[in-house]
Design a protein around this ligand. Structure first.
Ligand code: ZN
Length: 207
């Protein structure tokens, strides 16, 4: 097992569509183990195959408490089968060192995928919890999309990118999410406890 080099924003590989995995072979399993090693070594909560230069439909996530035992989740050939609600998500990405910004996400998702043994499973995540947001973030990587494409404020995001010497937002790639934006405002009004929880979570990450 080894730690791989993470590709940074600006590299065209991150914008490519990825290919389905035809068989969860020994080679694929080894790639997944390397991805997990790489994610843990970088203290990330998720990593997608394009970020290590493999244009394949694979991502890994671990949203467990970093001080406890690891709880890796492996998603091969994933499909998001349900999404609803809307939430603000303050996100970063291992391919964007140190750069964080506010993006639009669905609050609830249901995804199906194959695990490391090629066995199908379904996973649900709710109320804008970290897993729900991480699934959407990593799934996007497989479509050549990046979190900044969902940014709520392009100018604010560009300021952050500039600060960390990263290329600015590609205006042509911004996703039209007017309805999601409206829904976020509505959802936050209806679920103040979720907003409060996310705010606390953010303060804890910053400390
Ligand atoms: Zn990412």
């Amino acid at each position: 097992m080894s730690i791989l080099k993470i590709i940074e924003y600006g590299n065209p590989i991150l914008r490519k569509q990825t290919k389905e995995v035809s068989k969860v072979s020994k080679k694929i399993k080894n790639l997944v183990y390397d991805m997990l090693d790489t994610m843990y070594a970088s203290n990330g909560v998720g990593l997608a195959a394009p970020q290590i230069g493999e244009s394949l439909r694979i991502f890994v996530i671990d949203v467990s408490d970093p001080s406890g035992p690891v709880h890796p989740l492996v998603f091969i050939n994933p499909k998001i089968i349900k999404k609803s609600g809307a939430i603000n998500s303050y996100e970063g990405c291992l391919s964007f060192p140190k750069a964080y910004t506010n993006v639009r996400r669905y609050a609830d998702v249901m995804i199906k995928a194959l695990d490391i043994n090629g066995k199908p499973f379904v996973k649900e995540a709710h109320n804008g919890e970290l897993l729900a947001r991480a699934i959407q973030h990593e799934f996007d990587h497989l479509e050549g999309k990046l979190f900044i494409d969902h940014c709520r404020n392009r100018f604010e995001t560009n300021e952050v990118l500039k600060k960390y010497n990263l290329p600015s937002v590609d205006a042509d790639r911004l996703i039209d999410e007017d309805e999601l934006e409206e829904a976020i405002v509505e959802y936050e009004k209806e679920h103040p406890e979720v907003v409060e929880k996310l705010k606390k979570e953010l303060e804890e990450t910053e400390n």
